[in-house]
Ligand binder design. Structure first.
Ligand code: AMP
Length: 143
C-alpha cells in the first residue's frame, strides 16, 4: 500500500490558506471542515508551512487570545516534512512516529497533490492487517 492508493480512496482535496490569514480564520476553517491541520501555501502554491490544532493551543497558552488576531505565519511550522505518492504506508507510519506529527502533505514536482493524516494511515493499516489475517486463515483451513 502506498500514498497513491490512499489518495485514490480519500481524494486529493487539501485545506490550504495563505500566510497572512488571521489565526481566527484558521480556527474557523479547522472547525468547519472538522480537520486538524491546514497547509499554508505561498502565492505560487508551494508549501510554506503547516498549522495544526496543537500550534493554536500553544499560541493561545503562551500569547493569549490576542494571538487569534495575528497572521498564521507567526505560529505555523515552516520546516514541513512532505511525502510523495510512491511512499509506502510503513514509511509514513515511521515518519509520523519519529516526527511526532499526524499530517503529511503529498507533493509531486513541487505541487501539493494531497494530504495524509494519521487517521488515514491507521484506517489503511487496519485494513491491511485484516487482509493478512484473512489470507492466513484461508491458508490454514486449506491445509
Ligand atoms: P499534528 O500532530 O499534525 O497536530 O502536529 C503537531 C506539530 O507538528 C505541530 O507543531 C505542527 O505544526 C507540526 N507538524 C504537523 N505536520 C507536520 C509535517 N508534516 N512536517 C512538520 N511539522 C508538522
Amino acid at each position: 500500500m502506498n500514498v497513491a492508493a490512499i489518495l485514490k480512496g480519500k481524494g486529493r482535496a487539501v485545506a490550504t490558506a495563505r500566510p497572512e490569514t488571521l489565526l481566527q480564520a484558521i480556527v474557523e476553517k479547522l472547525t468547519a471542515k472538522r480537520i486538524g491541520a491546514i497547509v499554508i501555501v505561498g502565492a505560487n502554491g508551494a508549501v510554506g508551512g503547516i498549522i495544526s490544532e496543537r500550534d493554536i493551543i500553544r499560541a493561545v497558552a503562551e500569547r493569549g487570545a490576542a494571538s487569534l488576531q495575528q497572521p498564521v505565519s507567526e505560529f505555523m511550522t515552516r520546516q514541513v516534512v512532505i511525502c510523495s505518492e510512491a511512499d509506502t504506508l510503513d514509511q509514513l507510519m515511521a515518519t509520523m512516529t519519529a516526527g511526532r506529527f499526524r499530517h503529511i502533505p503529498v507533493v509531486e514536482d513541487g505541487a501539493l497533490v494531497g494530504i495524509v493524516s494519521i487517521g488515514d494511515v491507521v484506517k489503511h493499516h487496519i485494513a491491511e492487517v485484516e487482509m493478512e489475517a484473512s489470507a492466513l486463515r484461508t491458508y490454514l483451513l486449506a491445509g
